[in-house]
Design a protein around this ligand. Structure first.
Ligand code: 5GP
Length: 194
């Protein structure tokens, strides 16, 4: 019998689409899921904790880990900030017998989709006006950086078709229910294949 491939769920979509909120709702409904903590070189926002939201690394430390092959994927995103998925996080989650969820921007999500067997990509979309409103409301970045995120978000909305599923986040409750139903179905299918 073929070895079963554990699904890895990759939630992607533009900044401000509400990926974090939907993932939080998803984890409440499906406690067997766990989100991998990425590494980043961006600065910590108020309330963020090292090792919880991200591993906050210096540029030098991040690049050292790139050279050491510690990342499954890594990108240089807005304002030259780096983000990457640590292989150790995926291994840790698998060792706990849990199902891994990654929250990635599009480039990283496409890389995982093409390279990781069993990966299931879910694109979270929202209206441009809603995206802009949320990004301005968040307003933790400098004005220039928010402009850059909005411009990028507009471009990214056009790439939804590259991913397996698209979930529209116009209503958080509804979108969380849709996302959970997809994940549950994919877990059932994976169990049947095992
Ligand atoms: P933020 O700075 O708002 O926390 O995240 C910016 C973007 O980086 C978001 O779209 C988020 O999904 C993405 N991101 C977070 N961690 C990773 C990662 O490890 N790899 C990639 N490719 N993107 C990430």
């Amino acid at each position: 019998m073929a070895e079963s491939v554990r699904p890895v769920f990759v939630v992607t979509g533009p900044s401000g689409a509400g990926k974090g909120t939907l993932i939080a709702g998803l984890l409440e409904r499906l406690p067997e899921l766990e989100v991998a903590v990425s590494a980043t070189t961006r600065s910590r926002r108020p309330g963020e904790v090292d090792g919880r939201e991200y591993w906050f690394l210096s540029e030098v430390e991040f690049l050292r880990r790139v050279d050491a092959g510690e990342f499954l994927e890594h990108v240089c995103y807005v304002s030259g900030r780096r983000y990457g998925t640590l292989r150790s996080e995926i291994d840790r989650i698998a060792a706990e017998g849990k199902v891994c969820v990654l929250e990635l921007e599009l480039e990283g999500a496409l890389k995982v989709q093409s390279e990781v067997p069993g990966s299931v990509t879910l694109f979270i979309s929202a209206d441009v006006s809603e995206l802009e409103r949320r990004l301005r409301e968040r307003a933790t970045e400098s004005t220039g950086e928010i402009g850059e995120r909005i411009r990028l978000a507009r471009q990214q909305l056009e790439q939804a078709h590259l991913f397996r599923y698209m979930v529209r986040n116009d209503d958080v409750e509804r979108a969380t229910a849709v996302l959970s139903a997809i994940v549950e179905r994919e877990l059932e299918l994976a169990a049947e294949r095992a």
